[in-house]
Design a protein around this ligand. Structure first.
Ligand code: RIB
Ligand code: CA
Length: 309
């Protein structure tokens, strides 16, 4: 399966990229960085650090949009640290950024590859994806599926009482993606909050005895402090790798084909994903909205795959 990962690393994005690069079922055509958890210069740096960590300098990394479509950028250093990959000292990458803008790479790749052969995997704000759809509407019919981490319904918000971070940062972009009529799988907080980095799971990753295991355990050790304090939970939700896990093992997940609309007008509920989980409207379903995951099955697969790097 050919995929493009659009990302704002972020420790959890980094683990998602490692999982994808460790999985022969997936052909990562490229990685496109977007501003989100930290500004673009850092997300573009961090994505290359992860490729080098995986021994995959062959994967092109492109820099994309440095701010949302219309709004000021909101970042999340309070969660991910100043670098976005706090938890372990990391050298600057040696591999250069690929030439060209991420949005042009997305458009050119979709125009070159056979229609319906490329899946987009956004792990951050949807600015690059929405910009690509605006720049080249013809790509809409050529995208096999968009599998994104974002939104929430039963879990409500994590950056505001109403909104999940990725959708909150660029609600206009999210509105465009959810309205595009492209096959869509949404991995919301409802799902990711059931995949917690417990001590046992962290220990299993640290116990791999390879550099990747040590770095991932250090990242999750740093990343989890915020959510553990906020939610009083035993670990932190490992959000973004669940996007890749769904591609590899959809049987680990359950969800519903429902209508999901994005609030972009109200300041109070900006970025809310209004998910019609109970089918109380006549709005057409536009997304497979995941509600549950076999967390043990996910972590077992993640750990086994990380051992391969
Ligand atoms: O709300 C969680 C999402 O926001 C994850 O993608 C995390 O990396 C941050 O981007
Ligand atoms: Ca992310």
């Amino acid at each position: 399966m050919k995929i493009i990962i659009d990302t704002d690393p972020g420790q959890d994005d980094a683990v998602a990229i490692l999982l994808a690069l460790a999985s022969p079922e997936l052909n990562v055509l490229g990685i496109t960085a977007v501003a989100g958890n930290v500004p673009l210069d850092l997300t573009a740096r961090n994505a290359r650090i992860v490729c080098e960590l995986a021994g995959r300098k062959d994967v092109p990394v492109f820099a994309g949009c440095e701010r949302p479509l219309t709004r000021d950028l909101v970042t999340a250093e309070h969660v991910h640290g100043k670098t976005g990959l706090d938890g372990v000292e990391l050298r600057d990458p040696k591999m250069p950024l690929a030439d060209g803008h991420a949005v042009d790479f997305i458009v050119d790749t979709l125009c070159r590859e056979p229609p319906g052969s490329v899946t987009l995997c956004p792990l951050g704000p949807l600015t690059n994806i929405a910009t690509a759809l605006r720049r080249a509407p013809d790509i809409t019919s050529r995208i096999a599926r968009i599998v994104l981490m974002g939104g929430a319904y039963f879990e409500v918000g994590n950056i505001t009482p109403a909104a999940e971070f990725n959708i909150y940062v660029d609600p206009e972009a999210a509105k465009a993606v959810f309205a595009a009529g492209i096959p869509l799988t949404v991995v919301p907080l409802d799902c990711t909050h059931k995949a917690l980095t417990t001590r046992a799971r962290n220990d299993a990753i640290r116990g791999l005895g390879n550099r990747v295991g040590d770095v991932v355990a250090a990242w999750t050790g740093f990343f989890e402090r915020f959510d553990k304090e906020k939610y009083g939970s035993e670990g932190a939700p490992l959000h973004d790798p669940l996007v890749i896990a769904w591609l590899l093992r959809p049987d680990l997940f359950t969800g519903r084909e429902i209508n999901v609309e994005i609030e972009a007008d109200s300041d109070l509920t900006r970025g809310m994903t209004v998910a019609d989980w109970w089918g109380v409207t006549d709005r057409e379903p536009n997304a497979l909205f995941l509600g549950d995951v076999d967390a043990d099955g996910f972590f077992a697969m993640l750990t086994e795959r990380l051992a391969r790097l």
